[in-house]
Design a protein around this ligand. Sequence first.
Ligand code: GDP
Ligand code: IMO
Ligand code: MG
Length: 428
Amino acid sequence: MAKVAVILGSLWGDEGKGKIVDHLAEQADVIARFGGGSNAGHTISLNGEEYKLRLIPSGILYSDKLCVIGNGVVLDPQCIIEEMDALKARGVDVSNIKISNRAHVVLPYHKLFDNLSEENRGAKKIGTTGRGISPCYIDRDDRIGIRVCDFIDKEEFAARLKDVLAQKNLILEKIYNQAPLDYEKVLREYESYAERLKPYVCDTITLLNEQMDAGKKILFEGAQATMLDIDYGTYPYVTASHPVSGGVCVGAGVAPKKIDAVVGVVKAYCTRVGEGPFPTEQLNEIGEKLRSVGHEYGTVTGRARRTGWLDACIVKYAGQISGMDYMAVTRLDILDSFEEIKLCVGYKLNGEIINEVPASLKTYAQVEPIYESFSGWKSEISGIREYGKLPANAKKYLERLAEVTGIKLGIVSVGPNRDQTIVVENIF
Ligand code: GDP
Ligand code: IMO
Ligand code: MG
């Protein structure tokens, strides 16, 4: 059984990664994020209560797990403090959080630029979460980012902020015609966040590697998903990070050979928030039914999610990129009342079957999904806890999905709660 497992989104996000990580975390010692930032919205339902997490790993509801925020995460200090306070107010212990000293800090100008460049794109907007994610990664790559180690060093932060803000204010005033940000004000506010976060900061690379050497079980929690990856997704309608298994190595300082299981979380149908291609989208009553039965509205932005049939071509592609050993299929219960369920098993382009997810969005917009049709099971499955007890039609659907993608079924989730989980194979 695996000691180091990676949990990833296989579609366009919101597959139920939080639920699966929380479920598996019971057996883990460490739960670590390696990329993305507060654009993530991971939900855990426990004892009738719902917890929505953005930056804090989904292991936090267990008091004895280390919850690590790796160097590949872009850390919004204000957001994580709010999250910590909200959890504390609900009686959750947050003292086991560890923040990488190499993570980059999201500052107010990142959020401003995120929203200003979206406005500027007009009809071509990406539909970002407005959380400053891409501007923060841009600054990292431009080598003008501020890392956590410098953020918590008072003098260093004051000096770096002065330099960067001078540049950012020029752009704000001269290009966007906006009022500049006040250095003293930003400094005072963010200095207070730095003081609050300082006790949680450490070298998480050493920490994670020591934990692995000691034989501890580590769960890496992906945010976003393959189709939102900056390289593998539907560029430019993507996020700015690498939510694939390779992202763990660079976003947490872990060698590839240390990873022994990769789990792709697959929603039983597809959703997408924001713009960009979506071949199996159902702009009809089926799509509306998926949205209303599934309450498909974004955790972070509240936006209505676009909905459609599950696309096994994408899951297969995600599986290849990340080496997915298992699938955790979630929200199967949302399909309980459907007469017919469709699965996209291939793409046709100009009448020919193609074997790839096209890079060009122009081409991708022209692909025609090849569907296989399945009879629905028309019964409630949320109380089932054994794979063998699932209706035959549900098993047919799942098994065909495993066949088309070449990825084994590991978990089937039949409801949001921790226990509404069918373990098909022990992963961890
Ligand atoms: P994440 O971003 O991948 O963690 O997913 P989100 O939390 O954004 O969205 C998934 C939603 O589905 C959340 O509201 C979960 O509580 C819920 N959920 C997860 N698994 C299941 C399931 O098997 N059935 C149902 N009905 N809801 C689920
Ligand atoms: P979780 O972890 C769904 C989408 C945004 C937008 C694009 C770029 O909850 O699955 P960004 O703010 O990252 O620059 O936005 O990516 N997006 C997500 N969609 N779930 C997420 O996270 C997402 N994180 C980003 O909607 O289309
Ligand atoms: Mg989400």
